[in-house]
Design a binder for this molecule. Structure first.
Ligand SMILES: C[S@@+](CC[C@H](N)C(=O)[O-])C[C@H]1O[C@@H](n2cnc3c(N)ncnc32)[C@H](O)[C@@H]1O
Length: 307
């Protein structure tokens, strides 16, 4: 067993006990007040905020590969050759890079609403020592909460058409340089939604999840990991940062929602997914310098598109 595996833990405390403690604390009561949403901001503003966020955090220091992915989602390792993954909201590539690294022939399509994020991810992945990362990493700019995913992710006939279209140099286009078995044959084997859905306004989440469902092959899996209700970072938001019930806006304009199991279940099952796994992941960590214990809550989900 590697060090990373021995260090991995996800059940350090009981979520119900944490809930009780937090709901009994009068200083935190404002988090549970009912909330009447005001008019929502245009989606272009959300993308702008994320662009600025990625421009500010452009150094490699901010980049951290999510190695726990394979412990939580071992299907990414056991899958067949030329499996296709869509990483939605890829940021600087913290999820895309380990997936490309773990499997020699896996293809990773990666979208983000921020062009800055895509530039960072591309730089980091191209600079990595991962074999054929350039041809297996396929970034594209997309807001999946307002636009339908491009047809070429899912449609056989779009693929056939693209085969017939040489580019200006007379070569085949990028996408046609792959064998048919490697791309566009009726959808994705996997969709990863890792700390992305929480950034989408609650009223657009259902459409966004339905889009993810639409690009999966029958039997395909969606891997979900995000902020869970009563995570330490939720409790740090001030009352004036609330923009909805369990929904907050940071001072830089980016948003964060905190999921309960019930809300996550409702979002995924209402668009047609089958629940395979759904639970809170509760991790206690200690900041030795500040002598503080931090209670982190994440939500872990695995959902399947019916056969
Ligand atoms: C916290 S980062 C997560 C990045 C990555 N999934 C990872 O594992 O590190 C969230 C990303 O979602 C992107 N994002 C936010 N809203 C989006 C939307 N509506 N469509 C596409 N990407 C979005 C942001 O630009 C940001 O890069």
């Amino acid at each position: 067993m590697s060090n990373l595996e021995t260090e991995y833990h996800s059940n350090d405390f009981d979520w119900e006990e944490l809930k009780e403690r937090i709901e009994d604390d009068p200083t935190l009561a404002y988090h549970f007040d009912p909330f009447t949403p005001q008019s929502s901001s245009p989606s272009s503003l959300d993308s702008q905020s994320w662009n600025q966020f990625h421009a500010r955090h452009s150094t490699g220091k901010f980049f951290k590969e999510r190695r726990y992915l394979f412990k939580e989602f071992p299907e990414l390792v056991s899958c067949g050759e030329y499996s296709k993954v869509l990483e939605v909201g890829c940021g600087n590539g913290s999820t895309a890079l380990p997936i490309l690294r773990c499997k020699e022939n896996i293809l990773v399509f990666a979208c983000d609403c921020s062009t800055e994020a895509l530039d960072r991810a591309t730089e980091i992945i191209y600079a990595s020592n991962v074999a054929s990362a350039r041809s297996r990493f396929r970034p594209f700019c997309w807001d999946f909460s307002t636009c339908r995913f491009p047809k070429w992710l899912i449609c056989d006939s779009c693929y056939e058409t693209s085969l017939q279209k040489p580019n200006s140099e007379g070569d085949s286009t990028d996408i046609t340089s792959l064998k048919k078995s490697e791309c566009c044959i009726g959808g994705m084997d996997f969709v990863t939604l890792i700390f992305t859905l929480s950034a989408v306004p609650l009223h657009r989440m259902s459409i966004a999840v339905a889009e993810c469902f639409s690009v999966l092959k029958p039997g395909g899996l969606l891997f979900f990991r995000d902020y869970g209700l009563y995570d330490m970072t939720m409790l740090r938001f001030d009352a004036d940062q609330r923009v909805g019930f369990r929904e907050y806006k940071r001072s830089d304009g980016t948003r964060s929602y905190f999921f309960s199991l019930d809300i996550a279940r409702e979002l995924f099952l209402s668009v047609g997914f089958i629940e395979v796994e759904l639970e809170y992941c509760c991790v206690k960590s200690v900041n030795r310098r500040k002598q503080k214990t931090m209670h982190r809550v994440w939500i872990h989900g695995k959902f399947q598109k019916p056969m």
